[in-house]
Design a binder for this molecule. Structure first.
Ligand SMILES: [Zn+2]
Ligand SMILES: [Zn+2]
Length: 119
């Protein structure tokens, strides 16, 4: 396995396969690698650079931020789901371990005992 370390881009050469593409090519005609970068914020297209030439958005930071936000959101959603499931599970456990009929009977008999003792 080889690790690709952000190859230096040239205007016409594909950074992946070195195939010579036209100036306006958005993708490499040979390996379909992305030749034109599109700013995720303002959609400005440029051939190279780590930040948008138009609005100055740092692509790496933008995507890292977007990824972090999506991860946080995922964690939050999962935690809510886990808590909800744990709550349901706890209810089921309580229901099965304490018979409702037994609780009611005990309550009624206690009330009856109080009433009888007062009379
Ligand atoms: Zn290519
Ligand atoms: Zn931009």
């Amino acid at each position: 396995m080889t690790t690709v370390l952000a190859p230096a881009e040239t205007a016409t050469h594909c950074p992946v396969c070195q195939h010579e593409n036209t100036q306006t090519a958005e993708f490499c005609v040979q390996c379909h690698a992305v030749l034109l970068r599109r700013c995720p914020k303002c959609w400005h297209r440029q051939r190279e650079g780590a930040a948008c030439e138009k609005c100055g958005t740092n692509f790496a930071l933008y995507w890292a931020d977007a990824l972090e936000r999506s991860l946080k959101e995922e964690v939050r959603v999962n935690r809510d789901k886990v808590v909800a499931e744990a709550g349901t599970f706890a209810q089921l456990v309580l229901m099965s371990f304490s018979s409702l009929g037994g609780v009611l009977r005990a309550l009624v008999s206690r009330l009856l005992a109080i009433r009888l003792s007062r009379r």
